[in-house]
Design a protein around this ligand. Sequence first.
Ligand SMILES: [Zn+2]
Length: 500
Amino acid sequence: MVVSLDTVISLCKRRGIIFQSSEIYGGMAACYDYGPLGAEIKRNVRNAWWRAMTQERDDVDGIECSILMNPEVWRTSGHVENFTDPLVDCKSCRARFRADHLDGYRARYKVTGVVEGSGEGQYEVELGPAIPGKVILAGHKVDDRMFERVDKIEYTGSPLACPTCGNKALTEPRLFNLLFRTHVGPIEDAASTVFLRPETAQGMFVNFENCRGTMRRKLPFGLAQIGRSFRNEITTKAFVFRTLEFEQMEMEYFCKPGTDEEHYRHWVAERYNWYIRYGIKRENLRLRQHDADELAHYSRMCHDVEYNFPMGWGELEGIAHRGDYDLTKHMEATHKDLQYFDPETNTKYTPYVIEPAAGVDRTVMCFLIDAYDEETVLDRQRVVLRLHPALAPIKVAVLPLLKKRPEIVEICHKLTGDLMRHWKAVYDDTAAIGKLYRRQDEVGTPFCVTVDVESLEDGKATVRERDQMTQERVELDRMEEYLVEKVVMVPPKVEEPVAI
Ligand SMILES: [Zn+2]
């Protein structure tokens, strides 16, 4: 079925999956809080990734780095200088846009300077979303003739109306750095400025030698990390798709130059298949290769795993070939040797890096959207979240058919306690059985166990499965064993060949 974003947002709010942050204070734009069930789902997503990356293979180690790092790291990586977006304001309604996201944005300038053949004077120049000071320089062309000198650039206006209020009041683009800054210690000056990390990747690069040495690793091997990153985005959008604060799951795979393309292909397929393994419908996933002009300056190749979100295809994960860019930059900046000595060939080289980078929040969002379903059963509507059991926040709900019978309630509590040793199991007696089932369906609980009067005689209880709603009587004394087998926590790997 086609699900609207509002439908999923409404379910998230209604069932304690995701809330607006600081809601009782009127919220905080582009910040969200995970409620009791959302926190479980998010943790399950992290665990599924961590398992696939660091536990189901023997060539990747997991690490956890601090969010605050030596600020020089971000100068070396280029984030301090280049991690910018062109920002445009509306002077009328104060709306703020990324110039490069505004369709048809043009800006006009009156430029004082010297143009070849025309001499000194004032010239009209029109530009797209570029920063005028970076483009209108000596050599820039106006009517096929070049500026020989540029003295002054004055903005005269944009012909484009503000998409929010309709007034022609947009400013010229200014560069806006996406790094969040803060200060260490009591004095807020340049020397005390530190940054909240905009990506987790640099933590792996700066620890490459530490980890290689202590773990006695030979190439190829990877370092993986899950953690928070921060980007002061101008335009946030679509629920948790793009937020100021988000959680990343990144892995840097270090390999010998020459073997890099093979590893690149492996990781693109591996990461694409991971989503299918955990239940994403194949038709809602696709791979898209970046065009040359989309590639980050350090990147040689990049594929995105894209998901068909309600607002259109969007990036779930990028698999980038970063070459030796990062290690080389860190070597230049620190004069530390980050090259690899290859004992087999007795040579030294700088490893190449393949980086699969995904966002936890986006992944949670895509699993929720993909799992959402509505159906009519016996004239009654039900919402069912067909989440993979490994991702479901609650694995089993134990429900008494009659909560006034202490013997039944006692059996339920005992069973819930036994099941809790394996994963999240809950007891619920706050409504009639039909309603209790619906509540569990809506949050994706794969199994419900109902203990009834008959259970007292035959020692069995009814197990109801979420998707087909099939029911089976199972002996209480083998219930724990039965459910532990049914709740698949580690789905089999999917080895679908992926053409790239
Ligand atoms: Zn406006």
